[in-house]
Design a protein around this ligand. Structure first.
Ligand SMILES: CC(C)(COP(=O)(O)OP(=O)(O)OC[C@H]1O[C@@H](n2cnc3c(N)ncnc32)[C@H](O)[C@@H]1OP(=O)(O)O)[C@@H](O)C(=O)NCCC(=O)NCCS
Length: 117
């Protein structure tokens, strides 16, 4: 919420069918973006959930949808950049830290979840 520009949703990602939206009572309640990478993995941007709906399971549902989509496009790994506050959420969703990246907002963890069983 301190950096709203960080959750700007680019129209080209919507047009490419890479955005998954969760609706709650007919209104958008959260979204996640999955972007295929050239190395055979996929980046997951988000999820982002409406604050008044946090801790209701929507974030996890979006991650699971993102994982299914990434498997469908044959990605081997789902990769997320986690703000320090979101790290425990990603850990609960099966992601493990792989490296640290610096951003204009400070260091963030890169976390990954294997999609290969
Ligand atoms: C992070 C975020 C997506 C989580 O969404 P959510 O709908 O609240 O998550 P869920 O309710 O599905 O939570 C799944 C699990 O993670 C846990 N969890 C969620 N947020 C957490 C937090 N901030 N700290 C610790 N655990 C957390 C939940 O308790 C739940 O655990 P459980 O299965 O043991 O009960 C949401 O808080 C959000 O949109 N935050 C702002 C944007 C953001 O940081 N997105 C991540 C990209 S950096």
């Amino acid at each position: 919420m301190q950096h709203p520009e960080a959750i700007e949703l680019k129209a080209d990602k919507i047009a490419a069918g890479l955005v998954i939206v969760f609706e709650h009572w007919g209104a958008p309640a959260g979204f996640v973006v999955v972007v295929p990478r050239e190395d055979g993995n996929a980046d997951m941007d988000g999820p982002f959930v409406e604050p008044d709906l946090w801790r209701g399971g929507i974030g996890r549902k979006l991650v699971e949808e993102a994982a299914q989509f990434a498997i469908a496009i044959e990605a081997a790994m789902l990769i997320a950049t986690a703000s320090p506050r979101a790290e425990p959420f990603y850990a609960k969703c099966g992601f493990k830290p792989s490296s640290v990246r610096s951003t204009p907002h400070g260091p963030v963890s890169v976390m990954q979840r294997s999609l290969v069983f």
